[in-house]
Design a protein around this ligand. Structure first.
Ligand SMILES: CSC[C@@H](O)[C@@H](O)C(=O)COP(=O)(O)O
Ligand SMILES: [Zn+2]
Length: 225
């Protein structure tokens, strides 16, 4: 592969991350420089583009994305420091394989609320919602179970805990009072998955709130049935 072709390919995929970053930033899904994004360049050996640590995602440019190997080491000398959570991205790529072409991480109010409300159960179950199809699950009356892991400041430990809970059918994992990691075979499908999850988390939280204010026992939605 020529250097020029490789450079063009890197710019092309970095641009996809910049676009999704702006879309999510407009929704307020990257408060206070939180969140990180990656896109796979090659599977064997694993190489991927990932956002540099501490960047304001609202103003992300292709120059804020660096390319690393499976050990989170930059492929070339750079001033940029890879995301502090790069190991989590690498873990998803290694465990999920070809079905993971991009990994996106956002911190939102609703994913934080749901991760806390259902933390003791270790997962949140969502049934029979149209948006489950947004995850590419087309079964009639489908049920999904989204794992919830504890948050650890120790990133190798966090990556390990996430790795143990990954379910290839359900492309996302919640971290308690932290955020969600979701993946897809492309940046576009990972973005769709994040949007589907966030819709369902917001719906579930508001539904539980509504039931509570009406003094009713929540019906068959989520783990509170
Ligand atoms: C600024 S708080 C969020 C960070 O601690 C972390 O969880 C995060 O999502 C962003 O880390 P980063 O190193 O910028 O990729
Ligand atoms: Zn984070």
């Amino acid at each position: 592969m020529s250097q020029t072709f490789l450079q063009e390919e890197r710019y092309r995929i970095a641009e996809q991350l910049v676009n999704v970053s702006q879309n999510f930033a407009n929704k307020g899904w990257f408060p206070a420089t939180s969140g990180n994004l990656s896109v796979k360049l090659s599977h064997e050996p694993l190489t991927f583009g990932v956002t540099a640590s501490g960047k304001d995602k609202e103003y992300l440019t292709i120059h804020d994305i660096l390319f690393v190997d499976g050990d989170s080491k930059a492929l070339e000398a750079t001033q940029l420091k890879p995301s502090a959570e790069t190991l989590v991205h690498a873990e998803v790529y290694k465990r999920i394989g070809a079905e993971a072409g991009s990994v996106l991480h956002v911190h939102t109010i609703y994913n934080n609320l749901i991760s806390e409300i259902f933390a003791e159960q270790g997962s949140v179950v969502i049934s029979d919602m149209e948006l489950i199809k947004g995850l590419n699950i087309w079964e009639e009356g489908a049920t999904i179970e989204i794992p919830i892991v504890e948050n650890f400041a120790d990133i190798p430990k966090l990556a390990d805990e996430i790795g143990k809970r990954l379910d290839p059918r359900v492309p996302g994992v919640l971290i308690r009072k932290h955020g969600i990691y979701a993946w897809g075979d492309s940046v576009a499908s990972a973005k769709r998955h994040v949007q589907a999850f966030e819709f369902m988390f917001e719906y579930l939280f508001k539904y539980l709130q509504f039931q509570r204010s009406a003094g009713e026992v929540p019906a068959a939605v989520g783990n509170l049935r």
